[in-house]
Design a protein. Structure first.
Length: 605
């Protein structure tokens, strides 16, 4: 269990305490401003809250690039300890501000706290892949996200309640801030060392140029950049929704501060459940198939929440429907964000991982500012809060469509895998040998018309299958184009199409995709393994890639095979039969021959 391992537990506690302290301070500051701080400053409450929000987000624009460079150049564990010491000093300044009733000191502490968070983010997410195995990244990110939102809830509750205590509120608040900061430093001292990934890196102290370069590094890594954009969209929705909770609670539900707390708690619980469920659903794999469905769920829930609050009785209670919407919004959000963070970390090169996380922080902050401006503009235009939520849902629908296109292969694989499990009792062994990323060729025996669906549905990476052109051009041609099948023809029939297929295979491997091939070239007529055609050798000579041999068991005799008659032309007699997919050891491309590969597959049958 990760929470009991030293390579994760101290970091988890350090992060949780940091988020707790951040929100404890912010909540106490908001109450202080509301109870007279704004008046003493000669500003309205709304104006001062906006100033505070700007001071909190500004450091992410200013310092994230430098933070990413430092995290790549230095030992991350030592940097964490230094940052937690900084937090103790910042909380000391905040304590002085509370005791003196000095708003400038408090706002200065708020800015420094934002800066400390900006420096901590790249270290926190950059260190996880150094201490966790690839199959632990989703779980680790899920626990971090769950802990963060629990800390947000706890800090918000405790900070608001404690600062308002008569006579002793300031004393207790400052004692808590300093105690939590000190505890965070002690936890940070237990984080195992994490050697620098780019010690030779020369720091760029020009903040604007450094930020642009950091974003450029992230954009050059396509999988990581797509993950960053997706994560930023989540923070757009999250920031917008959290900003509206006080208005939902008071103006539409007729509640008070306690109602706001209940709404925040429901959303936070949902985030926690979704973050942990992400690992459970995927078995520790980085699974993007859930991203678009989770986005669609968030879209539908925003629509329902808009109608639910519009029809709420306003009696001070939280209607069941509103509570359910918020909880499931959080749950869908957890399922959406966790795999994106895990993919961002996994696909980033070690020497620039922290800078890619820094780019994520910059874009997250930009989207959060965009959310605030979007809400302000629509409210100024006269839209009601329910209408604002519906407008946000419309944007979310567009984002869902984009996510569905970008993760199309993963979504289809998820759907196909579900259908395969309905048809058969499937068991897969050895497919973890398929490389996590980069080009690969999967070869298998060809038993039935559903071989590609079974193999593609069970492999954790999308596979682009090579298919006979006559089947590809048949009635299911639109589906085959959707899943990006590569049609191929024998040289004797269509030499141009053969060359086009070889070019398409080469391009897919060059792009780091997995290509699936049935080297027999046709379905077996008797259940035996036929000879493998030499085309596989030509493919690998042109573009070397590791080869994974796979044996498909249990499909001979099915409705989709030639056993007992033509496929599809006989009555199905084997319902939910057992099917096995067994992968053998990866074979280096220079060792592959058609006959040798056939022998490797035959040993798996």
């Amino acid at each position: 269990m990760l929470l009991l391992r030293r390579r994760f537990a101290p970091l988890f506690v350090t992060q949780l305490l940091g988020a707790l302290n951040d929100n404890l301070f912010k909540s106490a500051l908001v109450v202080t401003v509301t109870l007279g701080g704004a008046a003493r400053a000669g500003l309205g409450v709304d104006a001062l809250v906006n100033v505070a929000s700007a001071l909190l987000i500004l450091p992410f624009f200013l310092f994230s690039a430098l933070a990413g460079q430092l995290a790549d150049k230095l030992d991350k564990a030592r940097l964490i300890r230094a940052l937690k010491l900084t937090e103790v000093a910042v909380m000391g300044l905040a304590a002085l501000g509370f005791h003196l009733g000095s708003l400038p000191l408090l706002l200065g502490a708020l800015f420094l706290m934002g800066a400390q968070s900006a420096f901590f983010g790249p270290v926190k997410y950059g260190i996880l892949p150094q201490h966790l195995a690839a199959n632990e990244l989703v779980r680790g990110n899920g626990l971090v996200e769950m802990g963060t939102f629990v800390a947000i809830l706890g800090g918000t509750l405790v900070g608001g309640l404690v600062i308002a205590l008569p006579a002793v509120g300031t004393l207790v608040t400052t004692a808590l801030l300093l105690t939590v900061a000190a505890a965070g430093y002690l936890a940070a001292r237990q984080v195992p060392d994490a050697p620098p990934s780019a010690p030779e890196l020369v720091l760029d102290w020009n903040l604007a140029r450094g930020t642009w370069r950091t974003l450029s590094i992230a954009r050059a890594n396509r999988p990581a950049w797509k993950s960053i954009v997706g994560a930023s969209w989540f923070w757009f929705l999250g920031a917008l929704l959290l900003a509206q909770l006080p208005l939902i609670a008071t103006a539409h539900l007729g509640g008070d501060a306690h109602t706001i707390t209940v709404l925040l708690a429901l959303f936070t619980v949902g985030i926690g459940i979704g973050s942990l469920a992400s690992d459970r659903l995927t078995g520790g794999r980085i699974e993007l198939g859930h991203v678009a469905p989770a986005s669609l769920a968030m879209t539908g829930l925003l629509v329902d929440l808009g109608f639910a609050i519009a029809g709420a009785p306003g009696d001070g209670h939280v209607p069941f429907r509103v509570g359910l919407d918020l909880t499931f919004l959080g749950l869908a959000g957890g399922l959406f964000i966790v795999p994106l963070y895990a993919l961002m970390q996994e696909r980033a090169e070690a020497k620039e991982r922290a800078r890619i996380v820094a780019a994520n922080n910059v874009l997250n902050a930009l989207f959060m500012v965009g959310a605030a401006l979007f809400a302000i503009a629509l409210r100024a235009a006269g839209l009601s809060l329910p209408s604002l939520l519906l407008a946000t849902a419309a944007l979310s629908l567009v984002a869902t469509a984009v996510a569905a296109v970008l993760t199309r292969d993963f979504v289809l694989r998820l759907l196909i895998g579900g259908a395969v499990r309905v048809l058969y009792r499937v068991k897969a062994r050895g497919l973890e040998g398929v490389p996590d990323h980069g080009p690969a060729v999967v070869v298998a025996n060809h038993v039935s018309y559903v071989d590609a669906l079974v193999l593609g549905g069970l492999c954790r990476r999308p596979i682009r299958f090579v298919m006979d052109h006559r089947i590809h051009d048949g009635p299911l041609a639109p589906f085959f184009r959707l899943v990006r099948v590569i049609p191929i023809a024998p040289r004797s029939e269509d030499p141009e199409r053969l060359e086009a297929a070889l070019d398409a295979i080469d391009a897919a491997l060059a792009d780091g995709e997995v290509v699936g091939i049935f080297p027999e070239g046709k379905l077996t007529r008797d259940g035996a393994l036929d000879a493998f055609k030499p085309g596989i050798e030509r493919i690998l000579a042109r573009r070397p890639a590791p080869v994974v041999p796979v044996g498909l068991r249990g499909l001979w005799g099915s409705f989709f095979s030639h056993a007992g008659g033509k496929p599809f032309a006989k009555w199905p007699t084997r319902l939910w039969s057992r099917v096995e997919v067994v992968a053998g050891p990866v074979i280096a491309p220079e060792e592959v021959t058609a006959d040798g590969l056939r022998s490797a597959v035959e040993r798996l049958l």
